[in-house]
Write a protein that binds this ligand. Structure first.
Ligand code: MTE
Ligand code: MO
Length: 265
């Protein structure tokens, strides 16, 4: 009887010990699994953050462009046509019109002379004399140079004053002997961005700055912004700039950068 009790006691002790052991082991396993999940979640988070970083670095113009396009579509601007077959190019990244500094002496970009001469602004189509102009040629047209602070509003409602120096576009087209029967003027950039205007819109010399009733602006082809010339290594250093037709006019999308040619029809 005593022996039987002892065996029973031993069995109970062994069972208890083995139960305790298996209990511990499965708890360890649980911990292992949860830390693994946590680690994987951490890695996933980092990867996602990295992906998001990459996206914001590479793609913002695309997002901006599509939103703006739809805004433009909603606005249904009948007078001005905008088309673009490629997305914004990287060579426009450095440009900004948020700078409202006062104009200084225009600074040339160093080692730019070669590129300056290779970019040729073409004026073609319904004109008496097609023109091919280098930046040097434009700068020499003292009789039609215009410089002032232009006010801009973009599709997001961002506003700025930016100083531009360039030539009066209508006067330039007169030099090309624009035909009296011409109807439209298309400004076409190297990235495919294009704005089409009527001849009347280009002729107009009294675009406004809604913040300053004393000012009147022509359309110009600018080569310098806030006293700094465009870098010819980043594309043709020619930008169309125009004031507003009326208060609230979202005029910045019309400012075609890196102009390749102007086609009159
Ligand atoms: N060549 C070229 N010009 C362009 C565009 C473009 O995509 N390509 N975008 C237009 C639009 S929609 C705006 S709002 C302004 C933006 O000018 P920024 O790049 O100097 O801010 O440029 C305009 N000119
Ligand atoms: Mo834009």
């Amino acid at each position: 009887m005593k022996r039987f009790k002892l065996i029973n006691l031993l069995t109970i002790i062994i069972l208890t010990i083995s139960l305790m052991l298996t209990g511990c082991r499965s708890k360890d396993k649980d911990e292992d699994v949860s830390t693994k999940i946590e680690q994987e979640e951490e890695i996933g988070k980092v990867e996602m953050e990295e992906e998001m970083d990459l996206e914001t670095e590479d793609e913002p113009p695309l997002v901006e462009e599509s939103e703006e396009k739809s805004e433009e579509a909603i606005k249904g601007n009948e007078e001005v046509k905008v088309t673009k077959d490629t997305k914004e190019t990287k060579d426009r990244k450095g440009q900004t019109t948020q700078n409202t500094e006062k104009p200084q002496e225009t600074k040339s970009v160093e080692n730019n002379t070669l590129e300056e001469n290779t970019h040729i602004l073409k004026i073609e189509g319904n004109v008496g004399k097609e023109l091919r102009l280098s930046l040097k040629d434009l700068k020499a047209m003292n009789d039609i140079i215009f410089q002032d602070d232009f006010y801009s509003i973009n599709n997001f409602g961002t506003t700025a004053h930016t100083n531009f120096k360039g030539v009066n576009l209508w006067r330039l087209l007169e030099k090309a002997q624009i035909s009296s029967g011409a109807n439209t003027v298309s400004i076409i950039a190297t990235d495919g961005y294009m704005m089409e205007f009527t001849v009347e819109q280009v002729k107009k010399q009294d675009y406004i700055d809604e913040t300053n009733p004393n000012k009147k602006f022509p359309m110009i082809i600018a080569w310098a912004e806030n006293g700094v010339e465009y870098d010819s290594n980043e594309g043709p250093p020619f930008k169309l700039v125009v004031g507003q037709k009326e208060p609230g006019d979202v005029n910045k999308p019309q400012w075609v950068s890196n102009i390749d040619r102007i086609v009159v029809k």
